[in-house]
Design a protein around this ligand. Structure first.
Ligand code: SF4
Length: 518
């Protein structure tokens, strides 16, 4: 009987020789055959895990009344013809796609070919890019109703309270290049050319160009013509708004006429839209969304509160904003509507290096050294000259009255260099501010710790949806043009955001409970 030592050892010559050959030989690898064709069995239901978000989206969208989308469908039961794609599928596809940072119909079409989640949603059918793109922007009323319906479900689920709503604005890029902005005369010239090109393309016979190419060219030319016509309307709108002092300097984009050049958080300027988002503080649900062309936020608070009211039939108890929304008008309006307004006091926010220092005004000539005479409604300067009332203006939370000295008095004044060194063509001016009771009350409230504590919560609640929409959903630039379509894309993104909140806070809870063994 052989010992254990002998059993474990190579039996000698033959094995050693094989080892030697293996060591000396060239390695052999498995060939990859990419020319082969084969059938594969796919169980569509098992393409994704039980807790995959696509299942949650399908389930949630299945609860909604989508009849707003069915009015134009021609395929009906009992009649011949190809059945239409269901709105539940198209809504689910877009909601899932936005959540994955996919924002184009073409990309979704490609993903339907191989991505398990898209295949599960479609039942392994490829949905065409045109169908998807049209569905996204051709049902504005139905989409708005859908957004409100979703809010209704979230509210019934206890995810919205409207006790505290934060409003914030974020700039999202338009589909326009910086160099597409033109003066009115240039737009008129371009429109004339576009009209001639449309007429020329339409005049081509089918022999000269294939029907398909002709149709595509004609459509592209007509769209360009429509954009230029829209651009001319935007010039009229800018004139009505009194935008820019010099009409000669007004410019409108020829690629996305309704986009406006807006200041960006990094200090630069870019063609953009201002997206206003109202977020309920209890669970972070977006309760209203609007897109405007104004670059500033001062005039956006009241429309934002209106949208919340329209969507949920109730006014928020409290609204919290940053300093960009704080103005005398907004303080008064919120007070009248019974909405508590929390925000930094605009005039306080401007505190810092004295503006006098910046302008080189000596302390003896600060406005406090000028004497006001209520009877004549004028000021007297340290040199005994009169500053008469010139006009009034709104400065954040205050109404400010402006007084100005005679040009001749100041330009010949021996102390001009200490009083108004920068004034080369006018006399010195000073402002008298008047604070109304509502503003004084607001200012006093914002000095209290409870109000400051509420304000400290603002950034996290208000800026989270902005951040998600831009960073996670990839919506830093709209993929469509024009206020109406851009508004719809913003709604799709916020709809997606809200459904994902429901998945995180409700669906997983339900799913977990359902799978716990009894
Ligand atoms: S510069 Fe004008 S406002 Fe100032 S002290 Fe002289 S006169 Fe008065």
């Amino acid at each position: 009987m052989a010992s254990a030592q002998e059993e474990d050892s190579p039996t000698d010559g033959a094995v050693s020789e094989k080892d030697e050959r293996q060591r000396a030989g060239k390695p052999r690898f498995q060939q990859i055959d990419r020319e082969q064709l084969f059938w594969r069995m796919i169980n569509v239901e098992r393409l994704i895990a039980e807790d995959h978000p696509a299942r949650a989206i399908w389930e949630f969208v299945g609860k909604l009344d989508l009849s707003g989308y069915t009015g134009e469908i021609r395929a009906v039961e009992g009649m011949a013809g190809r059945p239409a794609l269901s709105p539940q599928l198209l809504v689910s596809l877009w909601v899932y796609a936005y959540g994955q940072g996919v924002g184009s119909g073409r990309a979704i079409e490609q993903l339907c070919e191989w991505d398990p989640a898209y295949q599960w949603l479609t039942g392994a059918v490829v949905v065409g890019a045109h169908t998807l793109s049209d569905f996204r922007v051709k049902h504005e009323k139905a989409l708005k109703e859908l957004f409100v319906q979703v809010l209704g479900l979230l509210s019934a689920d206890g995810l919205i309270t409207l006790e505290r709503v934060m409003q914030d604005g974020t700039k999202i890029g338009g589909k326009a290049a910086q160099d597409s902005f033109r003066r009115k005369e240039r737009v008129e010239q371009a429109l004339k050319q576009a009209q001639e090109q449309v007429a020329a393309v339409e005049a081509l016979s089918e022999e000269e160009t294939s029907r398909r190419i002709s149709k595509a060219r004609s459509r592209a030319q007509r769209e360009r013509q429509q954009r230029l016509e829209q651009a001319l309307k935007e010039f009229e709108k800018l004139a009505e708004e009194g935008s820019g002092k010099d009409p000669e300097k007004r410019r409108v984009s020829t690629s996305d006429p309704q986009a406006r050049i807006m200041k960006q958080p990094d200090g630069g300027f870019a063609p953009s839209y201002n997206v206003q988002i109202n977020t309920d503080a209890s669970n972070g649900v977006v309760v209203a969304v609007g897109v405007v062309q104004a670059g500033n936020d001062f005039e956006q608070l009241q429309p934002g509160v209106d949208r919340v009211e329209q969507n949920l039939g109730k006014t928020p108890d409290q609204v919290v904003t940053d300093g960009g929304f704080v103005s005398r008008d907004n303080i008064v309006a919120m007070k009248e509507r019974g909405v508590e307004f929390i925000g930094p006091c605009g005039d306080e926010a401007g505190k810092g290096k004295s503006s006098y220092e910046g302008r080189g005004v000596s302390p003896e000539y600060h406005s406090s050294q000028f004497v006001y005479d209520a009877q004549s409604d004028s000021y007297c300067c340290p040199q005994g000259k009169i500053l008469s009332y010139e006009g009034k203006e709104q400065r954040h939370t205050q109404l400010s009255y402006r007084y100005r000295a005679q040009r001749s008095d100041c330009q010949g004044c021996p102390v001009k260099g200490q009083c108004c060194p920068g004034n080369r063509v006018t006399g010195r001016s000073i402002h008298r501010s008047e604070e109304i009771a509502e503003v004084a009350e607001f200012r006093h409230k914002m000095l209290t710790e409870p109000a400051r504590e509420i304000y400290r919560q603002r950034a996290q609640v208000a800026e989270t949806p902005n951040l998600w929409i831009k960073e996670k959903f990839g919506l830093r630039q709209f993929s469509v043009r024009g206020l109406s379509k851009v508004g719809m894309e913003a709604l799709w993104a916020c709809l997606t955001y809200n459904i994902r909140i429901w998945i995180r806070l409700r669906w997983r809870q339900v799913a977990t409970v359902a799978t716990v063994p009894a």
